[in-house]
Each structure stands twice: as structure tokens, then as C-alpha cells.
Design a protein around this ligand. Sequence first.
Ligand SMILES: [Zn+2]
Length: 344
Amino acid sequence: MAATSSYTASPSRPIELISSYPPPIFGRQACSSPKPNKYDPVRVSPEDCIERIKKVFEEAKLKMPSENVNLSEFRCTDTNLPLNDPVYGWQCGHLFERARVQYWVATRGGVVCKACGPGHDIYADRFAEAPGLRASIMKWQKECPVVMMSPVEKEEKHLLNLYTNIADFQFQAGNFVDALDSFSKAFLYTNDINRYTVIPTIYKKMKLMDKAALAYLHLALGLYKAGETREALHTLKQCVACSPKPLKIDHLIVGLQLSFNHGAEQLNEAIAIASKTMDIEDAIFIAKQVLTYDPSHLEAYLILCGLIQDHRENSHFVLKGADCATKAGKLALTVLFNSRLRRS
Ligand SMILES: [Zn+2]
């Protein structure tokens, strides 16, 4: 019921897509249509990679234990996500994310405090500001727990070499904290990301694996921006290998790997990873990457048809999958795709 009404009520959903399809007579439609369709997968672009690495970096940073107080422990009572812009429940004192409260107030007039239970409804006028906590959270989010490089106007070879030499000396002597400090000074005089490669190693030697992973991410981002894609991929793998917490980056590694080598074996390997991953978004991303290199990869279609929730997008891949199965003479699979279409 609800699905039907929202379907007709939403003007933002384009309808040209389904109407662009002829009635599903499988085997007649071209496997890869010459006209690009918004659901057709696109290859992972450099901008896409940079955005994804940045996102993983920010998420990893938020998960890092802070030296003083871990402000990620302050969570929204309703969503249990770390707070960005907190407000207090006026009577009970529990914390909520402002946007979440605004959403509930707009949709239901108020929010039931999960910590206090039913009967403790909180309404729009029953929230108090938390400026102190908000300021602390913002400060904490800005502070970076690892040494980073920022763009500098011009290289100063003399100072760069001076601080690098000191840092190398401290590193050799095992004074890792001092070495990090000297390297961060050296980085004020260069834009060469290759100078940064030593930083993750230092954190590893200090047995600070969280920080090593974060430093690898920063290095990968810099290498990627510098066009050193192969090195960036290698760095991402090192990052995954040393990170004590799972990072949402496997799919990016698979996508990058395929951009270098996308023979049948590599594509099947990617599909095997997509089938095994517990993360639906990752599995969809990988299967789509596979289709950009082999638009008739039936297993990729099977994964997408099983996981994509959006009805129209799902139909798109079901139709294409059925078509490719027919062309490949795999009648059992054609039947399978057809049956999915009728169910959806
Ligand atoms: Zn409460």
C-alpha cells in the first residue's frame, strides 16, 4: 500500500526508464545498449577514488581513540551514532543529534527517548542547547591524530633537507616521537608525497596500528592525487593489512585492481570477493565494476539482481541479465532471470 502511494506521489522519479524498454521479449534487446542508461555501471574514476579514500579516512579518524577523552563515545540516544551537533532532552538530559530531533519533530511532532522508554515523549520545545559539548566535538574532529602533509606554496629544499636529516637521525636512534615531530616540520617545506612514505612505518614501529592505517590512507590519497595509481593501490593494501579495525575499502581496492588487469580470471576473483562480502553496498560496487569490463558477466548480474533494492534499477539488471543469458545459450539462467522479473 505504502509503496504504491509513494510510487505515484513522487514526482522526482523519472518514468522514461521503464518506458524506454520494449515489453520484455528476451533475446531481442541489445546486451549493451548504445544509449547510456543512468543505471549502467561506470568505471571507478580518479575523483571517485579520492572521495572514497577521504571518506574512509574521516571515518577511521572518528573511530580512533583520542589521547584525552573519546568524544565519539558521546552518541545520539536515538541513532547511537557519534554526535556532531548535540542537543539535550530538556527533562531527561539524554543527548540527541539535532538533525535527528528535527526530523522526528517534523514527521511525528516529537521523539520518544529510547533511554527513558515510552511515555517520555519529548517535543520540539523540550530540548536544550549543548554549546560546550558541541565546541569540544568540533575541536576533536578537527584535530588530526596523525602527522599529515598539507599543500605548501613553494618547496624550500634547504629547510626540507635540514629537518629530514634530523628526522632520519632521530628515527635511526629509535626516538620515534621526536622523528615524527621533525618530519612534520619538514613537510612544511615540500609537496612531494613520496617524502611521507616513512610515516606509516614509524607508527608501525611504535605499535600504533590505528595511526599506521590512517597514515597509509593519507599516503594513498596523496599518491592518487599525484597520479601514482599503482603505488596508491599498493598503499591501500598495506593499510588494510595493518588496520586493527575493518575499513570500508576492499571494494575500492578491487575496483582499482581491475583498472590495471581485467582478464577473465581477475573478473572472477572480483566476483568471488563480492559474493563473500557481508557488505551489500560493497558487493554491488564490485559487481558493477566487473560489468564495466565485461558487460555480459552473468554472475555479476545475479549478484546485482539479488541485492539491489530499487525496483527500477533492479529491473534494469534483470532484463540485461536475461538478455545476456539468452545470448550465451544458458536457458536455465534466462528462466531464472525471467522469474525474478515477474516477482519484482
Ligand atoms: Zn531520556
